[in-house]
Design a protein around this ligand. Structure first.
Ligand code: ZN
Length: 442
């Protein structure tokens, strides 16, 4: 039986998908997400309109390894009024104005007292910072440094209408596509940041549309696929704690975050460093871009930290464009919908599909005519005109495949050794298999 599959990336890549993903992200952008609460639900309900997402609610207080599911946070309104009664910051204008997970407040404060609860960025004075206080009770506002400097002495009124419900829950979503094997490829995006386009909406959007594309191949892929949408850290820990029996099936995985800006591409390797996912992403990025930024694993970042922790050691890497923490828009109001563009979302989507093509076709083939080179001319596989430079380029991947296919090297290994794009090896391996020159033996 032939094992090499039709390339998915060619089949599932549709013109206009970038615009579609951008519009979807744009719909998610205004929601006030946090680690729990209605912002996450609104986000996952939007995802559910595109794919048949299963949404899980895990009660607050549920133990999750060394943690507990936090109380559910919801916010309805928040503002500061200046001494004249004028609203100077308004949650309804920008949800970054409130310290995420803030406790409620309703009171009057002298400016000096109020300032203890105001967060700004002196080095980026015209931007609102994104700040959270998940595990330390506090109330607060975020504003531009310029605005804070302009505040005059007097008594200000601060109002935050929020609550932390001990009887609430944490919400995460999951979409599973069964393949021929139970072995599963995991894709995961966090969904806990409020109005931040690259560092949240981009990852959710690409993850959603990848899932939709793969769903059209249901039952025809070699591997099964799981797409997870969960609040950072506590969400992925919750998923891991509730899926003990399925974790052993996770073959490779990829976190998608900051996948919509003009920078990069960037790839952060799994803890292992040379897992199939690492080799596959690096190969696709090098095939498509002259200088991808490839960085080794380090224990800071997104949910790859949890998936790569000692108990799990899953082969999960992180795909980005600009590297988180290093682009000036990161965790600020400048990470808005202008900062991400359809063409970059599209590139990330295409990269992920090309990575899937490598993983799906990671076979070590055996040359069935190994006594010297097979006579390719008589099969019509070889260029009729000797010495033509174009023929040389066209035939090279075929000769590499035949020479290296002794059952010890995968198609990816061969493409890496030949330093030529993987799709050319994928295509020729499929042809050689059809001509009974290559075979997969378990
Ligand atoms: Zn972030």
């Amino acid at each position: 039986m032939n094992v090499i599959r039709e390339p998915l990336a060619e089949k599932l890549f549709k013109p206009g998908i970038g615009e579609e993903m951008w519009s979807f992200a744009n719909g998610l952008y205004p929601y006030c997400r946090s680690i729990t609460g209605n912002g996450v639900r609104q986000t996952l309900n939007d995802v559910k309109k595109v794919i048949d997402l299963t949404i899980h609610e895990v009660p607050s207080g549920t133990p999750v390894f060394d943690w507990n599911v936090p109380r559910e946070w919801n916010i309805r309104d928040a503002w500061i009024k200046d001494p004249s009664g004028k609203k100077i910051v308004d949650f309804k204008v920008h949800n970054l104005h409130v310290l995420n997970y803030s406790t409620p407040i309703n009171g009057k404060f002298e400016l000096a007292e109020l300032k203890k609860h105001i967060f700004t960025m002196p080095d980026q004075p015209d931007l609102i910072p994104y700040r959270t206080s998940y595990y330390h009770e506090n109330w607060g506002f975020c504003m531009t440094h310029e605005q804070m400097l302009s505040l005059e002495d007097g008594v200000y009124e601060a109002y935050i209408d929020s609550d932390h419900d001990p009887n609430g829950s944490l919400t995460y979503g999951e979409y599973f596509i069964q393949g021929e094997s139970d072995e599963t490829i995991l894709f995961s995006a966090h969904c806990c940041h409020p109005s931040l386009a690259n560092d949240n909406c981009s990852g959710v959007s690409v993850n959603t549309h990848l899932a939709r594309a793969l769903a059209s191949m249901k039952g025809k892929t070699r591997y099964s696929y799981v797409f997870i949408f969960a609040p950072g850290t506590i969400g992925s820990l919750t998923w891991l704690s509730r899926n003990g029996d399925r974790i052993k099936n996770i073959h490779q995985g990829l976190i998608l975050s900051c996948v919509g800006d003009a920078g990069g591409p960037t790839y952060k390797r799994s803890q292992k460093g040379d897992a199939l996912i690492d080799k596959a992403v690096e190969k696709v990025m090098r095939d498509n871009s002259k200088e991808p930024n490839i960085v080794d694993f380090w224990p800071y970042g997104y949910d790859e930290r949890q998936y790569n922790s000692p108990a799990f050691r899953l082969n999960v890497g992180l795909m980005l464009r600009s590297r988180f923490g290093l682009f000036p828009e990161y965790h600020t109001s400048a990470d808005n919908m202008d900062f991400i563009r359809p063409e970059y979302l599209e590139e990330s989507y295409k990269t992920a599909l090309e990575v899937i093509d490598i993983i799906e076709n990671d076979y070590k083939m055996v040359n069935l005519s190994p006594n010297g080179e097979p006579n390719l001319g008589k099969r019509g596989l070889y260029g009729a005109v000797g010495g033509d430079k174009k023929e040389y380029d066209a035939n090279l991947p075929m000769l590499w495949m035949l020479n290296q296919s002794d059952g010890t090297k995968s198609i990816l290994d061969i493409a890496l050794r030949a330093k030529l794009p993987f799709p050319r090896f994928h295509r020729i391996a499929k042809i050689l298999e059809e001509y009974d020159l290559l075979e997969y033996r378990k």
